[in-house]
Design a protein around this ligand. Structure first.
Ligand code: PLP
Length: 369
């Protein structure tokens, strides 16, 4: 049978590993704290339509996305009665009635978000649900400390709202010893005490869960750890890898000393070498910054990427392999032999960017669902 008819590249997403990661995080949390799932950016590139129901099956009832459209896409795969979908970037992108009709809860990140949302609530004569975001040090989204303090002196802006949680977001939780963690925690406590609202609190992302129970509050919001990305910068990664990405070897060749490889002839062989051309390129999310730094795994051994990453292919040096590969064989790009964090490090980036960059051309499959 011809070896030509199969896929050129495959992406397997292991739902069972995502489920185990979720359960590990729930076990880390203090008693009484719930564990949400951050499934923004299509569940960090892995496919929210498959990932969110798999997490729901493990008991997850709180889901965070960034955009209204992501929430709307998720609704058909999550039961409205039991699963709440929160929109991190706030009440933008749709009319309030569309948020309410879908049962989507926006995060209110500014005083104008609060004004906008309470005007809608007053118009409907109902207390619309929302989360209130306090900035405690990111300076990204959320009310400043000053704004939170003035709100605590006059809470009338919140009267028409059903604030389910007050939340904040950690800037340095992946570095457990960073003084900013304690500072943000202290400020969050101070501001929420002053507000003294009858609501619950949400503070920790993935890394925050590993900072211990002081950081857990009522609802944790892990993202990266669910998908196997290491939550903290030191020590062994407690999370399981969730993707296996493979590219096919399309061609092999031997090159002479002083031959150049790829665009710009930027790589020059210092000795005769065996090369293989693999069917993955920057259009698939294999970053151009992997040029001269990336590696793939063939027959259990690492083979360095030589020459520039092109749109549809990379060229790897297989000289060191005991058994030379043939056209049609597979190269592992991400998987058990080299995890997403290692691949990210090769390109000088973080696992988040590798996963959210995964392209559309891979033949995708979901296992363990
Ligand atoms: C993305 C995001 C998270 C999840 O962060 P991870 O580091 O992936 O766990 C949690 N909270 C907010 C506000 C976010 O934007």
């Amino acid at each position: 049978m011809s070896n030509y008819a199969g896929a050129l590249s495959t992406l397997e997403i292991h739902l069972d590993a995502i489920a185990r990661n979720y359960l590990l995080l729930t076990k880390k949390l203090k008693t009484g704290a719930d564990c949400a799932a951050v499934v923004k950016a299509d569940a960090y590139g892995l496919g929210a339509a498959a990932v969110a129901p798999a997490l729901f099956a493990q008991g997850c009832r709180h889901f965070f996305v960034a955009h209204f459209d992501e929430a709307a896409a998720l609704r058909p795969v999550l039961p409205e009665k039991d699963a709440v979908i929160y929109v991190l970037n706030g009440p933008w992108g749709a009319e309030p009635r569309d948020f309410i009709a879908g049962g989507f809860v926006p995060i209110l990140n500014s005083l104008s978000d609060i004004a906008h949302w309470s005007a809608a609530a007053k118009a409907d004569n109902r207390r619309h649900p929302a989360l209130l975001h306090l900035d405690t040090g990111m300076n990204r989204l959320g009310l400043s400390a000053k704004e939170a303090e003035s709100l605590s002196r006059d809470k009338s802006a919140l009267l028409s709202l059903d604030i389910r949680y007050i939340m904040s977001h950690l800037a340095c939780a992946d570095e457990p010893d960073h003084p900013k963690n304690r500072e943000q925690l202290a400020l969050f406590r101070r501001l929420t005490d002053a507000l003294s609202m009858p609501c619950r609190y949400s503070f920790a992302n993935s890394a925050g869960i590993f900072l211990g129970p002081d950081y857990h509050f009522d609802l944790a919001r892990p993202g990266c750890a669910l998908y196997g990305i290491r939550p903290q910068d030191k020590g062994p990664n407690p999370m399981q890898g969730t993707v296996t990405l493979k590219g096919r070897i399309l061609q092999v060749r031997m090159i002479d000393i002083s031959s150049t490889v790829g665009y710009g002839a930027s790589y020059k062989a210092v000795a005769p070498a065996n090369c293989a051309t693999v069917s993955v390129g920057y259009a698939d999310g294999y970053l151009r910054s992997h040029t001269g730094r990336g590696a793939v795994v063939i027959g259990g051994q690492k083979c360095p990427v030589i020459g520039r990453v092109s749109m549809d292919t990379i060229i790897v040096d297989t000289t060191a392999l005991n058994i030379q590969p043939a056209a049609g064989d597979w190269a592992e790009i991400i998987g058990p032999a080299q995890g997403v964090d290692e691949v990210a490090e090769q390109a000088g980036t973080i696992g988040y960017e590798i996963l959210t960059s995964l392209g559309k051309r891979y033949k995708r499959s979901y296992t363990g669902g």
